[in-house]
Design a protein around this ligand. Structure first.
Ligand SMILES: [Fe+2]
Ligand SMILES: [Fe+2]
Length: 140
């Protein structure tokens, strides 16, 4: 299976969670939904990130050129930091601080994640054309 299809499908799911989160952002009535979204989002993101990073490693081992790998990996850590801040306030059950965190870290998470996925998709689309042959050797 071409790993890029898989990763792109997961991006669609991640984006749908992000959009949901965005729609709840200014509304404390949705705290429960926010918690659920953050948790679902966290789960798919964990497995997506692991899959993606091992794909990056594999791709380099095949001799693929990948100048901005470092940036993408740094972005993974950075976005995770925002997610962690929200997660901490969710756990603390402090509604007011959570709403503040959602509007700062939450908004940053949304913006950075969308930009990050945009960069990855452009990269994947280029890879797809340039390296079609090597993907037949990929095993997830
Ligand atoms: Fe990524
Ligand atoms: Fe990704």
């Amino acid at each position: 299976m071409n790993p890029i299809y898989d990763l792109k499908d997961e991006h669609k799911i991640i984006i749908s969670h992000i959009n949901k989160l965005q729609s709840y952002l200014n509304n404390p009535n949705f705290l429960e939904e926010i918690g659920e979204t953050i948790n679902k989002f966290g789960k798919i993101w964990d497995s997506h990130e692991t899959k993606e990073e091992s794909f990056f490693e594999w791709f380099e081992k095949q001799g693929g050129t990948f100048p901005f790998k470092k940036t993408l990996l740094e972005e993974h850590r950075e976005i995770r930091g925002h997610w962690q801040v929200i997660q901490n306030f969710l756990n603390s059950k402090d509604k007011e601080k959570l709403m503040v965190a959602l509007n700062t870290d939450g908004q940053m998470l949304i913006n950075k994640f969308k930009a990050h996925i945009g960069t990855e998709e452009r990269f994947f689309d280029n890879l797809f054309v340039e390296n079609l042959g090597i993907f037949s050797k990929y095993k997830a």
